[in-house]
Design a protein around this ligand. Structure first.
Ligand SMILES: Nc1ncnc2c1ncn2[C@@H]1O[C@H](COP(=O)(O)OP(=O)(O)OC[C@H]2O[C@@H]([n+]3cccc(C(=O)O)c3)[C@H](O)[C@@H]2O)[C@@H](O)[C@H]1O
Ligand SMILES: Nc1ncnc2c1ncn2[C@@H]1O[C@H](COP(=O)(O)OP(=O)(O)OP(=O)(O)O)[C@@H](O)[C@H]1O
Ligand SMILES: NC(=O)CC[C@H](N)C(=O)O
Length: 565
């Protein structure tokens, strides 16, 4: 019987002392539990993905020193093999490094495996710094069992056949009984079930069991969800660790089956499935917490308009960081409705968030006068609308500078897509929480947050009011845009396409097909697609948004700005 510990941890890129502490803690706990094997995630020593930090000699030296410290620590823990991830220098031709898995025991490296499949698509860029490892299986005999190793993308080709090499198949040919895969796999809607389906098919096809250990935590716009799992052809999904939280678990493996750590009976497999709004909530909470913590912010500030986007942002921030660490600012102008202030007050009272009031009418008037005096013409129309957003943006950045609070931007994916937002105005900020949610999904999340809290933390008045930027008299979003129910379907069809779940993809395609049946409908679809293309420049200058779907704006989507298309 093999006793295996899963160290589902949250390493910080470049925090070598912190990452060493995570490893030492994992080793200690594994030894105390009598484990034979403890498994950490991909690049656990330095955190995934360090990008061009991998080009810095000091970074690599520190990674090497930390790895050595972990190897040395195993000397004091006889009988325990640790599987860790680290960059390794490539003495041969090609890229300067390997993305390596090291099995270490009693102060020695007993197996070393180099990732063969280096993803260069979406948010991944492994091929930028790493050389592919040799196309051979790495198998370590352990307590009479043959344990084979893979690193993340290596396991994704058994079915997809996107690469010429198939490391999963190679392990089957090498008679591995148990595959141990170390991963840094970011989560998005549907990713968990995609992983399960893909690996379940591979395990069945090759008749091998799998232990999949994933990193957890937020890294810039990406969130890694953990959800490490054990799977076997005999049992299917036998165990799943916590999702979107650190976890440490011990299982036993014998006769092709995963068992409880004491070797008696099947492990308890708690269903970690989440409804979509709950996944959105949990992913955003973890993303914000880790972003703020890693960047050294204890507090955040948000402009509170009395609208749904700022309300959901404030509610999520209060849950992630504690209401005492969130500050909201209401900044009424001459066009603001009474509700913009009173609804902000009700919201902030319900959440326990401090609300400051900073009217902007006088400031806007000063700008108008200055503009007319300097340029000889009055400021009217869109420039005047944008000025209000920019004055608010400047005030929020003043607060951010003055009180060391991270400014959260409140844009949703619908408006970011079509550029319905003011550059250097409401796009100001360091991080966007709901920028990967279409407006209709923001409403769903608001309702979910209320249901979760068991009370109206987001007042019904905010959920029920017609969306308005309140930058001109009686303005409604529908003056410039189609209703969000229609806009969102067009955008989902255009931006997410086949990456949507089948039912959503069909609904979006159906809406676009119906619209395209009339001249005005077809023109609308065309106009929206053109708006998306024309506003790439705004997105390029906007803050990162927490990624919730595979096609989030940001690092995984590369579209040139200065194009005619
Ligand atoms: N290709 C390019 N590369 C780099 N920069 C480029 C550019 N094209 C324009 N620009 C610059 O961008 C400027 C235009 O962008 P910008 O100043 O943002 O202004 P613009 O996009 O013209 O207007 C903002 C829109 O967002 C709406 N809005 C504002 C605020 C809040 C909300 C809401 O409900 O959330 C909606 C507002 O009603 C209006 O429809 C140009 O004057 C130019 O300086
Ligand atoms: N009166 C205001 N006081 C404070 N902040 C404001 C005010 N109006 C707008 N903002 C800030 O600018 C952002 C954009 O707001 P706007 O009302 O123009 O559009 P929105 O995208 O519908 O957002 P929301 O649903 O939050 O109103 C708001 O989320 C908020 O952060
Ligand atoms: N780190 C990696 O190799 C990630 C790629 C992989 N297909 C995933 O998202 O899970």
């Amino acid at each position: 019987m093999l006793r295996i510990a899963i160290a589902q941890c949250n390493p910080t890129i470049g925090d070598f002392e912190g990452n060493l502490a995570l490893h030492l803690d994992g080793l200690q706990r594994a030894a105390q539990a009598g484990a034979d094997l403890v498994v950490f995630p991909e690049l656990s020593i330095c955190g995934y993905y360090p990008g061009d930090l991998l080009e810095e000699a000091r970074f690599l030296d520190r990674a090497e020193a930390t790895l050595q410290d972990v190897i040395d620590a195993t000397r004091r823990l006889p009988g325990l093999t640790a599987v860790i991830g680290a960059p390794r220098r490539n003495p041969g031709p090609g890229k300067p490094l390997f993305n390596a898995l090291l099995a270490v025991r009693e102060g020695r490296i007993v197996a070393e495996y180099h990732k063969q499949l280096l993803p260069v698509y979406g948010v991944f860029d492994d091929g930028r710094h790493f050389e592919a490892g040799p196309e051979t299986a790495c198998v370590l005999p352990l307590k009479g069992m043959r344990v084979g190793f893979l690193i993340c993308e290596d396991g994704w080709n058994d079915d997809l056949r996107s690469y010429r090499v198939n490391p999963f198949e190679k392990l089957a040919q090498a008679d591995a009984q148990l595959v141990v895969s170390i991963n840094a796999s970011p989560s998005d809607v549907g990713k968990r079930s995609q992983r399960h389906a893909l690996f379940q098919a591979a395990c069945l096809r090759r008749q091998m069991a799998l232990l999949y250990v994933n990193q957890v935590g937020g890294q810039d716009q990406l969130v890694y969800d953990g959800g490490s799992f054990a799977m076997s052809p005999l049992q299917g999904l036998a165990f799943e660790a916590a999702r979107l939280a650190e976890d440490f678990q011990v299982l036993a493996f014998e006769g092709g089956r995963f068992l409880r750590s004491d070797g008696v009976g099947a492990p308890q497999c708690i269903d970690q499935t989440m409804a979509t709004p709950e996944f959105h909530r949990r992913q955003i909470l973890l993303g914000l917490r880790d972003y703020a913590r890693r960047c050294g912010f204890g507090k955040v500030v948000v402009g509170s308009s009395g609208g749904i986007d700022s309300a959901v942002t404030i509610a999520l921030a209060a849950e992630a960081l504690g209401a005492q660490n969130v500050v909201a600012v209401t900044m009424p102008s001459v066009f603001s409705s009474a509700g913009s202030v009173s609804d902000s007050e009700t919201l902030c009272q319900a959440l326990g968030v401090t609300l400051f009031r900073h009217p902007i009418a006088d400031l806007v008037r000063e700008f108008e006068d200055g503009f007319a005096t300097a340029f000889g013409a009055p400021l009217r129309g869109l420039p005047l609308e944008n000025l209000q957003a920019r004055v608010r943006g400047a005030i929020l950045m003043e607060y951010s500078n003055g009180y060391d609070a991270l400014l959260l931007t409140t844009g949703n994916k619908s408006e970011i897509s079509v550029g319905y937002c003011t550059l250097y105005g409401d796009t100001n900020g360091g991080l966007g929480l709901i920028g990967d949610l279409y407006k209709t999904e923001v409403y769903a999340l608001a309702r979910h947050l209320n249901a979760q809290a068991g009370r109206e933390i987001i007042p019904a008045a905010i959920i029920d009011k017609a969306p308005s930027a309140e930058l001109a008299p009686d303005q409604r979003d529908t003056d410039s845009l189609p209703p969000y129910e229609v806009l969102d379907e067009i955008l989902k069809w255009h931006i997410e396409g086949s990456r949507l779940p089948a039912d959503e993809a069909q609904a979006a395609a159906r809406t676009v097909e119906q619209l395209s049946g009339t001249d005005t409908g077809a023109a609308l679809v065309e106009r929206i697609c053109r708006m998306v293309a024309r506003n790439e420049y705004k997105r390029r200058q906007s803050p990162p948004v927490i990624r919730l779907r595979s096609r989030a704006f940001g690092s995984g989507r590369q579209i040139p700005i200065a194009v005619r298309y």
